[in-house]
Design a protein around this ligand. Sequence first.
Ligand code: FAD
Length: 453
Amino acid sequence: MKIAIFGAGVAGLSAAIELVDRGHTVEIYEKRKILGGKVSVWKDNDGDSIESGLHIVFGGYEQLQKYLKRVGAEDNYQWKEHSLIYSEPDGKQSCFKKAKLPSPWAEVVGGLQTDFLTMWDKISLIWGLFPALAGNEEYFRSQDHMTYSEWHRRRWASEHSLQKLWRAIALAMNFIEPNVISARPMITIFKYFGTDYAATKFAFFRKNPGDSMIEPMRQYIQSKGGRIFVDAKLNRFELNSDESIQHAVLHDGHNIEADAYISALPVHNIKKIVPVQWLAHKYFRNLHEFVGSPVANCQLWFDRKITDTDNLMFSQGTIFATFADVSITCPEEFQKNMGTANGGSVMSLVLAPAHQLMNMPNEVITGLVMKDIHERFPKSRQAKLLKSTIVKIPQSVYKAVPDVDQFRPDQISPIKNFFLAGDYTYQRYLASMEGAALSGKLVAEKLLSRFGG
Ligand SMILES: Cc1cc2nc3c(=O)[nH]c(=O)nc-3n(C[C@H](O)[C@H](O)[C@H](O)COP(=O)(O)OP(=O)(O)OC[C@H]3O[C@@H](n4cnc5c(N)ncnc54)[C@H](O)[C@@H]3O)c2cc1C
């Protein structure tokens, strides 16, 4: 079969890997000049790598790790010490470390030893979160109508733990507050966190997600005959009388003909391309239920190290939610003599919630970030800031607000030669690299089974 895939993020590339491996002719059309979508990385004029966002691989990402292995990139990421590190004022840190015991004792004992939670926090969490640990998919689905804050309070879990621990997790997962995010993804995460010891460990790419993951994927697809076109924006579909796609039309007027068409575009982009006739189907109308989360990523280059932490960090009460010194966590990137780096810290910080930042001038945002950096990392007060960059994504992952999960579309659409992939499509993960990889695998399998392949 000849299959046209639109969008070269993790979802589109994963679908292509599956399809070229089964001997099909695959063409990928990507609107930007670089591949990777939300994981893309590019070099600026100084030779510095600019990331769309700081990206972490979790231990539970089974499908993504399988693809990394298949494309020969299994050594391109590095596991860090298994702990949640919270950066506190004046350079202090607090830590949640799992005990070396089987789950859930690893988490219970680890939680009891945590110094930033009070005894009441700990007791209320063990009691309050029990339904999440014991729950199944059906239970999680039944909790989707309320926000996480509501769920937490109904379970009488402590307010301090909500603000201190779970707020950071909500911001890291979906870039929104616990009183906005649905209970469902949060309690699903607790289940993983509390029952699978390895699922919550973090790995960083040795270089950056572009060089360590996207580039090996590209090489693999092309080595198997797949063709990738950049600067190739999908504009519209021309339809047959039965509503199936006759051909796709690119922005520059080129027509693309294939046996099947996969959209691996973000939901806010495919919404604009869906032909009006298709809106007679609820499946396509449902796409309008999704709203993207705004987020920004800030990178700061310093003339000296301002921290020695080789891991992801969280913080509460700062403009940044999760962050890392990538000159330490990524041993083959951001090192001395690479671009602007001179051996000092290179902080990569995810700014969330970010709705107020989208129209704010970058120098004002950098000022706010630096104020918090000085407060959290005293060594930065003597350091010189060599350079800063900000990448804003007004519509990144879909907001996992209450009652939206039911609208996530299956990868098979009602149109016989049209399929959807992407982190927002239905699979067991929230929008993430793993969700995108899973959607790529599912779309390939479902497409082939529809065509009897
Ligand atoms: C700041 C930030 C930090 C994150 N951190 C993590 C993390 O630590 N761990 C994790 O697992 N996930 C993380 N994520 C989420 C993760 O990046 C996404 O869930 C995942 O990459 C989405 O992949 P995708 O292929 O579904 O979509 P995308 O990456 O959005 O890919 C879609 C592609 O379609 C292209 N496109 C759009 N319109 C057209 C068109 N008309 N024609 C052709 N092409 C088009 C786009 O250019 C893009 O390349 C983070 C996201 C952000 C923004």
